[in-house]
Design a protein around this ligand. Structure first.
Ligand code: HSE
Length: 323
């Protein structure tokens, strides 16, 4: 038996919700922007794990398979399985690494989500959605320096996810605006999430905290009341962008250009350098993407996409080369 899973790219923070809001991305041209993991049973000792990597950005990952995050995901999952009295099989996992590392598009989260989703399907859904999401958060935290769910939750569950982390509720899916296009452009420059987190202040002042709380709560309220105009105005980052924006090459001038060209909002996707811009008009979205292609992208690794939110999240996909 062999199972292939896709997990979409995601944008953390969405400006207004540092560490607690994230959206999954689906390019409107129908291409799948994200990572794939295939899992199959293989020969060997009980519970052995073999990891292979292919794909456009495979060469950016450590060459030792045991340094690959997939290996850690499988070790973690197998341990959890044994803890509940189930035995682990010997497995081979293949990561198709299609998202650039350090792009702000939830690259590590997509690998982690696809890995755990595939493992859980392989083991007949031994863990429930909540248990799986906790595992995803833990492993993502291992790479990025602290547990934050704003990439793994949308990549796993789709849509726009607000982290709740209270009682049994880990996250909540927000109502979204179907007419919004999310233009994303990765400049091609690598930004390490853990380094981008190190420049964050350990504390924020009261004025900033109140503004953050006001913006986020008003945004969530506007989503529920279907007030798209107000919601777009509230996509403002008072926590991370003032520090990260100036050090991301060409970010500030390109964000200003997006707003000048009529974008409803613009900001940093995750910890950057991917820039996002919101519009409710497809022609405008294509113009914004073209502008970013010409002005923001700095090497052959860069790209832009006009996206909607991916409401499906992680899912099984046909094997490579099959329809
Ligand atoms: N919320 C995280 C950060 C997302 O901004 O550091 C990283 O993609």
């Amino acid at each position: 038996m062999s199972i292939r899973v896709f997990a979409p790219a995601s944008m953390g923070n969405v400006s207004v919700g540092f560490d607690v809001l994230g959206g999954a991305l689906a390019p409107v041209d129908g291409c799948l922007l994200g990572d794939f993991v295939t899992i199959s049973e293989t020969n060997g000792g009980q519970g052995d794990i073999v990891v292979n990597t292919v794909g456009k950005f495979a060469h950016k990952l450590p060459s030792d398979p045991k340094q690959n995050i997939l290996y850690d995901c499988a070790v973690h999952y197998h341990k959890a399985l044994r803890n509940k009295g189930q035995s682990a099989k010997t497995i081979e996992m293949v990561l198709e690494k299609e998202l650039p590392v350090g792009s702000g598009l939830g690259s590590s989260a997509a690998s982690v989500v696809a890995a755990f989703y595939a493992l859980n399907e392989f083991y007949d859904n031994a863990f429930n959605q909540r248990q799986l999401l906790i595992m995803m958060g833990e492993l993502e935290g291992q790479i990025s320096g602290s547990v934050h769910y704003d990439n793994v939750a949308p990549s796993y569950l789709g849509g726009l996810q607000l982290m709740v982390e209270e009682g049994e509720t880990l996250c909540s899916s927000l109502p979204t605006f179907d007419e919004w296009y999310w233009v994303v452009a990765y400049s091609g420059v690598k930004v390490s999430t853990s380094e981008a987190r190190e420049i964050m202040p350990k504390q924020v002042d009261l004025k900033t905290a109140l503004l953050f709380g006001k913006n986020l709560s008003a945004f969530v309220d506007a989503c529920h009341r279907r007030d798209d105009e107000l919601a777009a105005k509230l996509l403002v980052d008072v926590i991370a962008e003032p520090l990260r924006g100036p050090i991301i090459p060409k970010f500030l001038e390109n964000k200003a250009a997006m707003l000048d060209m009529g974008a409803l909002a613009s900001g940093i996707s995750g910890s950057g350098p991917t820039l996002f811009a919101v519009t409710d008009n497809l022609t405008k979205a294509e113009q914004l993407a073209q502008y970013l292609n010409d002005n923001y992208i700095q090497n052959d690794d860069g790209f832009s996409h006009v996206c909607k939110l991916d409401n499906q999240g992680a899912r099984r996909e046909a094997k490579r080369g099959t329809v």
